[in-house]
Design a protein. Sequence first.
Length: 240
Amino acid sequence: MPHAEPHAPSLVPAVELARRNGVRFLNESEAYRRARDALLAEEIELRRHIERVAEQRRALPPGPKASGDYRFMGERGPVDLAGLFGDKQTLVTYSYMFGPQREQPCPMCTSLLSAWDGEARDIDQRVALAVIARSPIERLVKFRLERGWRHLKLYSDVNGEFSRDFHAVDANGDEQPAFNVFTRRDGDIRLFWAGEMGQASADPGQDARGAPDLMPIWTILDCVPEGRGTRWYPKLDYPR
């Protein structure tokens, strides 16, 4: 008999899981509980959809080879794209909007990287993480020290080719944040996946954002009644 393919386990409907939840809070109304259980079912479905998308992402065929003249300067000297991998087989890069034309870096990028700095050593257990900007490395290090970052690995894109090829600079020469994932397999470095959700794919009334969102701050603000807001953004400094 032919070998039967394994089947994915059948999932209990989200509404049923929400019903089984059993959480109650002191003084909550029946109306609140009904609405909360309905929301919980949607949250379960969202979690499942995130898992389906991640599985589809992992199943991508081999991406294009990264074969440009990519040169970087790190705190320990010059390095090529292969050098950014270290001893890992996967490399995550974030293109930081802090080019030489800017007096200060992008506040939004800075907020994101401040959160990542606390996770950098944990991320490094599985993959390499490199933050790349077009300013000289001395300028990047100076800001890192001012900001108090301790664990992020910063690199200057020496000739700008990496930034141009991987969409950190658009056709008008304007900087864009870019999140790219590369793999090193059988001697080849390839682009595995890149964030491609920008202004062209944004929904009405929303800023351009990816999914899942890379910024922990938005995950928190999405859980509060004020939401993300439309006129507030992270700042580089706050009054003490």
